[in-house]
Write a protein that binds this ligand. Structure first.
Ligand code: DHK
Length: 153
């Protein structure tokens, strides 16, 4: 069981190598460390995961549901390319009724190709953080802490 679930979609395991002019030079491991450092003072547990497979992401979201023994309090998700295509991930996130979800993108997708203009995550998210690079994950987590009313110490 985890308090905070951070999910990452396809190709994000190539951060640092992949189009660094767009996605930056930090690796996913760097981002995980930033997230762990952000969560630590709050005494919350963090599950940080990445998958290139839509079904695996759906499965992890389902596992966060109370009927599967989950007790997740907040979700940060960068569904990467699945953001723009996945009704399955949208439907799975909808199962987590009442759990605050924050959508993150390293890049500002609103200024990119037309096929990136649609987000199936956005309607379920309390906030979308875009174009802030790796720091967007920390911004998203801090918003979650505020919404959850948790404090340091
Ligand atoms: C990451 C991806 O892999 C793309 O498919 C999305 C997103 C944007 C990002 O900016 O983090 O379109």
């Amino acid at each position: 069981m985890t308090d905070i679930l951070v999910l990452n979609g396809p190709n994000l395991n190539f951060l640092g190598v992949r189009e660094p002019h767009l996605y930056g030079t930090q690796t996913l491991e760097d981002i995980e460390k930033m997230c762990r450092d952000a969560v630590l003072p709050y005494g919350l547990s963090l599950d940080f995961r990445q998958s290139n497979h839509e079904g695996e992401l759906v499965e992890w979201i389902q596992q966060a549901h109370p009927s599967r023994g989950g007790a997740v309090r907040g979700v940060v998700i960068n569904a990467a390319a699945y953001t723009h295509t996945s009704v399955a991930i949208h439907d799975a996130l909808k199962l987590l009724d009442g759990v605050p979800i924050i959508e993150v993108h390293l890049t500002d997708t609103s200024t990119r190709e037309p096929f990136r203009q649609v987000s199936y995550i956005k309607p379920l998210a309390i906030q979308t953080v875009m174009g802030q690079g790796a720091n967007g994950y920390v911004i998203a987590l801090e918003r979650l802490f505020a919404v959850l009313g948790v404090s340091k110490g």
